[in-house]
Design a protein around this ligand. Structure first.
Ligand code: NOJ
Length: 568
């Protein structure tokens, strides 16, 4: 039974944080030419598209998510010619470049905002969300921005408040104004004309504003989380359909919306034949530590593996017939997955391979975040001053305000800081892991064992394991097109699932604990073992029905695949 899938459903997407990928000038920050220089490396991971976080001109208050010009390149990343060369070189290798569209807000240094804030009558006066103060001079509502503090900032010049869902330097655009919408569509079409292969659309659930009224405070600061007030407001889909018609339709691209909190019953309105995007990033599986609450780092709770399995199975089920699932365990906003999902003290290689096994064998498109494929880990710096990420500073302040000690506040930053994922990519055994010849903008994570150079030489490394899985995903159709069923095992410490396509099947089994775990050997009877995360010399010990600590295995009915790993 053949199912026809699109190019972006059968390859991997690799996410690059350009500032931390590869510096070719010695400036200490990565650049576009650094990405072009590593395209051949990406091919060995079966990558069909590279999603780059924003490379537009920006004051970098939020590392590029505060955009000052939607149709240019920030000089720290290179030039428009560098961008054109990147797109062309990538295309030659069958890789498409995917841009990040940050359309809920711009930078406060964008010429649109600089004009808008001057007075209430200028031609751009209505391009942002302005409101009068309450009679007592306070903010129009008691909403707390996602980066902490009031979501409203007072503008002396205009004598009004403006809304910012994120930082004060990221004012929200007014999507209710058709001129704003048209300007944003024009910018996206500018990149389509340059030949980009798709878009990741940032924070899209916030573009439609609700009625501005106070909510029930959820903390001792008297404010309420803006997400609870503003996300997915009725009418948002009208904007999104217009966006799709004016930009996405008629192009061989993919789109993935960052859409936290879209309820499962609404999914068919967002993705699939009647939806707007091809895929949605939702975070139910990433938020296992925050179930039932906002992502306040000092509120993180222990979580059972069943919570992760439940969230993944729910997403797999919801996208079985609607749209397509973007599988991810890391991105530039999240801790490293081995720290996020595996217990402290877990063997680093096995932890990384276990997560790789789930990522590459679930149904959907795997998104590999830079460094994930070599098992990069979290950092734990000695003081909050060492952190660049603005949300780390906000979360730290909030923890102190809630009465946590400095040590506890710092511990929560160690666990969840976005800088965990932003340390430079580790290429070589050399100085700064070969990321730069200058001084890196963030320190390199300390363990120099986990570098591309080391791992490429070792058939048992995390990198070799990813390459092997990529090869198998390209060869076994069931791994891309097959249906998903969760398998229940007596031992809850195992995550097990089957993929099936006609007579073809695979079974994935991953032990998330340091204890030996057992499962019913009948689940894999008569199948061939496709991969095992243990080193080659320990694989003879493998016994169906038993998983050793943190072991991951994949079985298949396909006969031809017991082939040795080969460098691609
Ligand atoms: C989500 C992005 O992934 C994050 O990095 C950014 O800070 C916010 N949106 C605001 O644009």
């Amino acid at each position: 039974m053949k199912k026809s899938l699109k190019w972006w459903q059968t390859s991997q997407v690799y996410q690059i944080y350009p500032k931390s990928f590869l510096d070719t000038t010695g400036s200490g920050t990565g650049d576009l030419n650094g990405i072009t220089a590593r395209l051949d490396y990406l091919k060995t991971l079966g990558v069909g598209a590279v999603w780059m976080t924003p490379v537009y001109p920006s004051p970098m208050v939020d590392n590029g998510y505060d955009i000052a010009d939607y149709t240019a390149i920030d000089p720290s990343y290179g030039t428009m010619e560098d961008m054109e060369r990147l797109i062309a070189e990538a295309k030659k290798r069958g890789i498409r470049i995917v841009m990040d569209l940050v359309y809920n807000h711009s930078s406060d240094q964008h010429p649109w905002f600089l004009a808008s804030k001057k007075d209430r009558t200028n031609p751009k006066a209505d391009w942002y969300v302005w409101r009068d103060a309450k009679p007592d001079g306070s903010a129009p509502t008691n909403w707390r921005s996602i980066f902490g503090g009031s979501a409203w900032t007072w503008c002396e010049e205009r004598q009004q408040y403006y809304l910012h869902t994120f930082a004060p330097q990221q004012p929200d655009l007014n999507w209710a104004n058709p001129d704003v919408r048209q300007a944003l569509y024009d910018a996206a079409n500018f990149w389509l004309d340059k030949g980009v292969g798709g878009f990741r659309i940032d924070a899209i659930v916030y573009i439609k504003k609700p009625e501005f009224k106070d909510g029930q405070p959820d903390s001792n600061d008297g404010l309420v989380d803006i997400h609870a007030m503003e996300a997915n407001t009725t009418g948002i889909l009208d904007y999104l359909h217009e966006f799709k018609e004016n930009v996405f339709d008629g192009h061989d691209i993919f789109t993935v919306g960052e859409a936290n909190g879209v309820p499962a019953e609404d999914l068919d309105k967002w993705v699939g034949d009647n939806g707007v995007f091809d895929m949605l990033f939702e975070f139910s599986h990433m938020d296992v530590q925050f179930l039932g609450g906002a992502e306040v780092w000092c509120h993180a709770k222990p979580w059972p593996l069943t919570a992760l399995k439940k969230a993944l199975t729910a997403s797999q089920t919801a996208t079985a017939n609607n749209g397509w699932y973007p599988i991810f365990f890391e991105n530039h906003d999240q801790p490293r997955c081995i720290n996020h999902f595996l217990p402290e003290g877990a063997d680093r290689d096995l932890a990384a391979k276990g997560m790789a096994t789930v990522l590459m064998t679930l149904r959907g498109t795997p998104f590999i975040y830079e460094g994930q494929e070599i098992g990069m880990a979290n950092v734990a710096w000695g003081s909050i001053e060492c952190y660049n990420d603005l949300s780390s500073h906000n979360q730290y302040r909030r923890a102190l305000a809630e009465g946590h000690t400095e040590a506890a506040a710092l511990h929560s930053v160690h666990r969840f800081s976005r800088d965990n994922a932003r340390t430079p990519m580790q290429w070589t055994r050399g100085t700064h892991s070969g990321f730069t010849t200058g001084l890196p903008w963030l320190p390199v994570e300390h363990d120099r064992t986990y570098t591309v150079e080391n791992e490429a030489e070792n058939a048992d490394s995390v990198l070799s394991y990813y390459r092997r899985l990529a090869k198998q995903r390209a060869e076994i159709e069931c791994l891309t097109a097959g249906d998903y069923t969760e398998l229940l095992t007596a031992d809850e410490s195992i995550y097990a699932f089957r993929r099936t396509l006609g007579a073809e099947a695979t079974v994935t089994l991953v032990n998330f604990t340091a204890e030996t775990a057992s499962y019913d050997a009948d689940l894999v009877r008569g199948m061939n073992r496709l991969v095992d995360s243990y080193p080659t010399d320990a694989q003879a010990d493998e016994e169906p029905g038993i998983l050793r600590p943190f072991e991951a295995v994949v079985y298949t009915t396909v006969a031809t695949l017991a082939q040795p790993f080969q460098e691609q």
